[in-house]
Write a protein that binds this ligand. Structure first.
Ligand code: PSU
Ligand code: MN
Length: 305
């Protein structure tokens, strides 16, 4: 059998005309937020991309076909089905393709399909990383290896402190993945604007971020980059509140022996439950904020060509 990549008419037209395109992931839809906020957010994010002069390409697997650009109905299918949709990272893609199933793509799998389609900029909430306790569990997200090899830049609000941010930084450094801070010197920690980790380079202007990426890729330095964009001040959460929720979620995960691909969704869900609706609103707002910046960078990258 051979795989099928469906690039939507709108996305394919944009790519043909060298218009900016921003990839968006679907694990955040099926596994990252509850219905109906997940579907509403996915559509709002697409609208923010359009409002900022770029074309959105939400990425997923539908009936075994790779998709770059989903219809509103396809977004609803993934959003309603929620956790019953297979969470797809690099390892899982062949399974959903070969069996003709739906797949909600993680950062890693979204990067793979974006690269196949010719899309270089991707906006999401947070990336996977090295988990706390990875010294024992070896739990390191495949997102980090993908960033090492696949030439797509990921705009995110840093990573949640369910992860070990220091080890995540070390891993990215070893793999040669640059971590850029947009208007910040500190690596953001998703719900909060700062962590105790620094970024590699602070760059305050989307045009200069585009210049960085052009320089990297023109030199043939394959791989991605992390563009860390802090959550807007007014939506940031109190550090003590979020730290407490994360502590408890980690403890429960250990007690219930949650491991493998279940680990991240379990922790995200528990943190959201423990902090009530406020974390969901923060989560939505930071994704919209990342879509805005990604669209600006994608526009600058096309203008620079
Ligand atoms: N972090 C978040 N929200 C998310 C994810 C991570 O704050 O929705 C999702 C992304 O799709 C990411 C995936 O690529 O979890 C990482 O999962 P794992 O750790 O199993 O690789
Ligand atoms: Mn893992």
């Amino acid at each position: 059998m051979t795989y099928k990549l469906d690039i939507s008419a709108e996305v394919s037209e944009a790519l043909k005309n060298y218009q900016p395109v921003v990839a968006l992931e679907s694990t955040i839809i099926s596994h990252g937020m509850p219905w109906p906020e997940n579907a509403e957010t996915a559509k709002r994010v697409e609208q923010v991309v359009r409002d900022n002069g770029a074309v959105p390409a939400t990425i997923a697997v539908i009936d075994g076909r790779l998709k770059a650009g989903l219809s509103p109905d396809e977004i609803d299918v993934l959003a309603r089905a929620g956790l019953s949709v297979t969470k797809c990272s690099r390892r899982d893609l062949p399974y959903v393709v070969a069996t003709g199933q739906h797949g909600a793509t993680t950062v890693a799998a979204t990067m793979i399909i974006a690269a196949m389609a010719g899309i270089r900029i991707f906006a999401t909430g947070g990336i996977g990383g090295v988990h706390r306790g990875a010294q024992q569990t070896f739990d390191i997200s495949a997102d980090l290896q993908e960033l090492a090899h696949t030439s797509v830049a990921v705009v995110c609000a840093g990573a949640k402190s369910i992860l070990d941010l220091g080890l995540t930084r070390e891993y990215l450094e070893t793999q040669g993945v640059p971590v850029l801070g947009y208007q910040t010197d500190k690596l953001p920690a998703f719900y909060t604007r700062e962590s105790d980790q620094s970024v590699d380079y602070r760059i305050d202007d989307p045009k200069k971020i585009a210049a960085f990426l052009s320089a990297k890729w023109q030199m043939g330095l394959q791989g991605g980059a992390v563009i860390a964009n802090p959550i807007p001040e007014q939506y940031a959460m109190e550090k003590s509140v979020i730290d407490q929720a994360i502590q408890q979620a980690l403890q429960e995960a250990e007690q219930q022996q949650i491991s493998g691909k279940e680990s991240t969704p379990f922790l995200l869900k528990r943190v959201a439950e423990l902090t009530g609706g406020s974390s969901l609103e923060s989560n939505i707002q930071l994704v919209l904020n990342n879509a805005r910046l990604a669209s600006q960078i994608a526009s600058e990258l096309e203008q620079a060509r």
